[in-house]
Design a protein around this ligand. Structure first.
Ligand code: GLA
Ligand code: GLA
Length: 690
């Protein structure tokens, strides 16, 4: 009965779509009957009596909420006993949501296995580095390598897909939840050893690349290799991270293989990631996902729009296309030391920043406080009592505005002429051996990102494997691990006219995390016409001066030397530890119309800004809107037909922005304007007709 009903509904939808099309452009989803931009919330119907659902859903609809993510922690409700599935409640929850014009993303519940599973099969539980098994309770207590766990995960995902794969209100799938912790159980170790054997072929080959004569590490067999996350040979540590990355990919593939054959091809499959988190290589895992999605929680006690924008750009780079914010905070979380709230207006500011950087959906975690559980203090839209909390009304405004501006934004994406390379191998390699505790690879990357973002107003954060030809400027803040193939691609990029900027520690290691046979930047030394003679950790400012003005270096300084008459010194160190005095700190060489520049020091923000300015000027990169006040962010989304600007005033004071030409406001008054006045945390969304 249910199936025929579904069939009739589908036919009706198709006929309706033919008559009405094109009503809306698919954007956030592949479903043309869903709005192009979505506001959503994490909803846990399994925590509430069914008669209460409708009141929640009515409040959601009134807040213009279009999507709920459901199910990602509901394994014990979906499969209360081994092999006994109960999806009736979820059918009813989805149908109730649909009555309120709310569609659904289904989470596979594998981040929280039910008690019957881990009790009967304790080998599915993860083991820490010291061999201690996790126990039931909390979440993420499973072993990501365990074949039996994979079988249970496959089965629940398959059953869900058979049941919901053609439900027209289910627009996509989230696998698991925030992949994070590897396991060090005997199966994981055996799989790591097999992975190494496949990669290296012989143990002698491994001994050679790892230089295991050092400290008598020489191995006779692959299964003797220890497994630890720190304190070991850097080659071993790097390979373990790569193995963990491949394992999370196969963990995903296991569930994708269960879902895809039963799912409408329009349903996306993704997982929710965590910004700068580097427990595995996101590019490796995203190779098998349809789209990227991330959980946007601010990284410190107060909103830093540069860092937050960078994390959006990072996430967009995982699949090089638009993405979802699968979770974000409704003003505050419960897991920081001091859970200060976002200020009034900043929730809306953040929502529009997400859209500006290429998100098509912003979902709040969570809709309603659970009656109990570890997160009772977390921000919500509705209290456990079922009535709105103050931030509900700000999110309601966001929902209204997404609906207003959505049709104009449909089909557009951010585009950038500059790229910043995020490289997990290099971040790990530096983290294993920081040498200066303050050398945090992400902080260093942000020191390069901030002036690029401010001056070009659009930055792609990409993997080193991304084609670079389309970019006028490419920056590698610290490509510590470099292969000959990478170096060849970078040289080709410069030869065809690209402007390449290398940061400190670039080109030090080969792909086995061994020192390069040449000094830094390794295979680029001859091309650059210069090299690093020595590196030094710093704990005080060192002056720098030259063509780029006066400034300082701190944390890290490399003493450079120049070997080619064509290589120019842009900055030199002033008096400091003797070694650095008067030595080159930044050098550059023109190659045809391109340039290669090596920055040997962690420079102050002013000097980075001037360096960036010079580079962008040489490369002919212009800002999208010139002369905007500091703290006002400009984002552009465009396609061949249209262009939409999103201006966000991250300051508390009012700001005025003159527009390059008259534009139509898409939210608020919606007239044509040639300038905008933005109150503190104010947003303008403007359309430019091409
Ligand atoms: C100790 C050890 C050496 C070496 C140095 C490094 O002295 O004996 O093998 O590790 O530290 O400073
Ligand atoms: C993460 C998890 C959610 C929730 C939030 C709270 O993002 O995915 O289940 O715990 O944190 O901030």
């Amino acid at each position: 009965m249910r199936w025929s009903w579904c069939g009739i509904a589908t036919v009706f939808t198709l006929v309706f779509a033919v008559v009405e099309a094109p009503r809306l452009h698919a954007q956030a989803t592949q479903y043309a009957d869903k709005p192009p931009l979505l506001v959503g919330a994490a909803w846990y119907p399994e925590q509430w009596p069914e008669p209460q659902w409708d009141k929640d859903l009515a409040l959601m609809e009134a807040a213009h909420i279009d999507v709920v993510r459901v199910g990602e922690f509901a394994w014990s409700t979906m499969e209360p006993a081994e092999g006994q599935y109960d999806f009736g409640w979820l059918d009813r929850a989805i149908a109730d949501a649909a009555k309120h014009h709310i569609c659904v993303v289904l989470g596979t519940p594998t981040a929280a296995p039910p008690d019957w599973l881990t009790t009967k099969y304790p080998e599915t539980l993860r083991m820490d580095e010291n061999g201690v098994r996790d126990e039931h309770g909390n979440r993420q207590q499973f072993s990501f390598t365990d074949p039996l766990y994979r079988k249970f995960a496959h089965d629940i995902a398959e059953q869900m897909a058979i049941h919901f794969g053609h439900n027209p209100d289910v627009v996509g799938w989230q696998l698991d939840n925030e992949y994070a912790n590897p396991s060090f159980d005997p199966t994981a170790k055996a799989q790591f050893h097999a992975w190494l054997a496949k990669k290296y072929g012989t143990i002698d080959n491994l001994n050679h690349h790892w230089a295991t004569a050092y400290w008598s590490q020489t191995y006779d067999n692959f299964d003797e290799i220890p497994v630890r996350e720190d304190g070991e040979n850097p080659a071993l540590l790097l390979e373990w991270k790569r193995f963990v990355s491949d394992t999370w990919r196969s963990y995903s593939e296991n569930q994708i293989a269960a879902i895809r054959p039963h799912a409408d091809p329009r349903q996306f499959i993704t997982t929710n990631t965590m910004g700068w988190f580097d427990g595995f290589n996101e590019y490796t895992v995203h190779a098998v996902l349809d789209m990227a999605a991330w959980d946007d929680y601010i990284d410190s006690d107060h909103y830093d729009f540069i860092d937050n924008g960078a994390r959006h750009d990072l996430t967009r780079g995982f699949r090089m296309k638009d993405f979802w914010v699968m979770e974000t905070e409704p003003a505050f979380v419960n897991w920081r030391r001091t859970n200060t709230p976002l200020e009034k207006g900043q929730v809306r500011d953040m929502a529009w920043q997400a859209i500006g950087h290429g998100a098509n959906t912003v979902e709040y975690w969570q809709w309603r406080s659970a009656p109990n559980g570890q997160e009772e203090y977390h921000g919500v839209l509705v209290g456990a009592d079922g009535t709105p909390v103050p931030v509900y009304y700000e999110i309601q405004q966001v929902g209204k505005e997404f609906a207003e501006a959505g049709p104009a934004i449909a089909g557009t994406s951010p585009h950038s002429e500059v790229a910043l390379v995020n490289d997990y191998d290099s971040r790990w390699a530096i983290d294993f051996q920081r040498h200066s505790a303050a050398f945090d690879p992400v902080t260093e990357m942000l020191a390069f990102y901030a002036p690029l973002r401010e001056q070009s107003q659009a930055v792609d954060i990409v993997s080193i494997d991304t084609p670079l030809d389309a970019y006028k400027v490419v920056e590698l803040p610290a490509l510590n691990v470099i292969s000959q193939a990478m170096a060849d691609r970078l040289m080709a990029y410069v030869r065809q006219g690209g402007h390449l900027l290398l940061g400190p520690r670039t080109g030090m290691k080969d792909e086995y995390n061994a020192l390069q046979p040449e000094r830094q930047p390794g295979p680029l030394v001859d091309f650059l016409g210069g090299r690093v003679d020595q590196f030094y950790a710093l704990d005080a400012n060192v002056p720098v001066s030259g063509e780029l003005g006066d400034g300082t270096a701190n944390i890290w300084a490399e003493q450079l030397s120049v070997q080619s008459a064509e290589t120019k010194v842009l900055l030199r160190y002033g008096k400091s530890n003797g070694w650095l005095d008067d030595q080159p700190a930044v050098i550059t060489r023109a190659v045809g119309r391109g340039t290669i520049t090596y920055v040997g020091a962690w420079l102050d923000a002013g000097t980075m800004s001037r360096l960036t300015q010079q580079l962008l000027q040489e490369a002919g990169v212009q800002p999208i809107v010139a002369g905007v006040p500091e703290g006002v962010e400009v984002c552009r989304r465009s396609n061949a037909e249209k262009s939409v600007l999103i201006l966000i005033n991250h300051n508390t004071e009012d700001e005025h922005v003159a527009l390059p030409e008259p534009m139509r406001e898409l939210i608020g008054k919606q007239g044509t304007v040639s300038s905008v006045d933005l109150p503190g945390y104010g947003v303008a969304v403007l359309e430019l007709q091409k």
